[in-house]
Design a protein. Structure first.
Length: 246
């Protein structure tokens, strides 16, 4: 190796090549997507759609099913009844506890029902296809309003506040840690939780971390708020259980 003085020579040659560089965005088809316009509450006109004679008392919860049917709770009868879109009773399921509020779970076509003031404190899952109880989740305190967020149920606990339960492993966690009055309802929309309070006559909005976003209170238009829901535009609808005269 000591006798080798050179291995070779390096020459640089520049000449053009027929290579075309194309940006990925240039190959994409340009599509015009119409943005959905949110509707203001002032532009929404309510009209009576249908009336259903549920033939029962203490109906605290109801929800619309994707196929047009409606489900109702009958608290002291410990029953959930489902009515068809032609206002006829489809079927009913007897529960092991009182039936307060309920929410539809689209993933497995079930209903989750809270037990209210029942001594058997639980959330009952009803299989709508089999028309029977799928399982019962035991809780340690009274529970009232209920809503769904992804694979979790968010419900109002009388003593522990707003809580969340994972449907996979049934583990619970606290979102808002404070004592809540009875007969409170919950609704969710995107990353917000809306909660009615029958003692302070207000509606409170939290994020999923339990941080207060806003609070509405005006007893001249809303007294003893209970039922609550949110439409696709983010408009919040509430029901006052006590009539207010302006």
């Amino acid at each position: 190796m000591s006798d080798i003085n050179i291995f070779g020579e390096v020459h640089i040659e520049a000449r053009p090549y027929n290579i075309v560089l194309v940006k990925n965005k240039a190959k994409q088809t340009q599509m015009m997507i119409q943005t959905a316009q949110s509707r203001s509450i002032e532009n929404i006109k309510l009209t009576l759609h249908k009336t259903i004679d549920t033939q029962g008392e203490r109906t605290y919860g109801c929800c619309m099913l994707p196929d047009g049917r409606m489900a109702f709770t009958f608290c002291y009868d410990q029953t959930v009844k489902v009515f068809s879109d032609n206002k006829l009773k489809d079927f009913g399921v007897k529960l092991p506890a009182d039936a307060f509020d309920l929410v539809y779970i689209s993933k497995d076509n079930t209903l989750a029902v809270t037990s209210g003031l029942s001594f058997n404190q639980c959330i009952t899952i009803i299989d709508l296809e089999r028309k029977e109880i799928k399982k019962t989740i035991s809780l340690d305190l009274f529970n009232y309003g209920i809503a769904q967020k992804d694979n979790r149920l968010i419900y109002s606990d009388n003593d522990k506040g707003i809580r969340m339960i994972n449907l996979y492993d049934e583990s619970t966690s606290d979102i808002v840690r404070q004592k809540m009055p009875r007969y409170c309802y919950i609704a969710t929309f995107r990353d917000k939780i809306y909660h009615t309070n029958t003692e302070t006559n207000n509606v409170t909005c939290y994020n999923l971390q339990g941080q207060l976003q806003w609070r509405f209170q005006n007893e001249s238009v809303l007294n003893y708020p209970q039922g609550i829901d949110v439409d696709n535009n983010g408009n919040v609808y509430m029901v006052g259980a006590i009539h207010t005269t302006l």
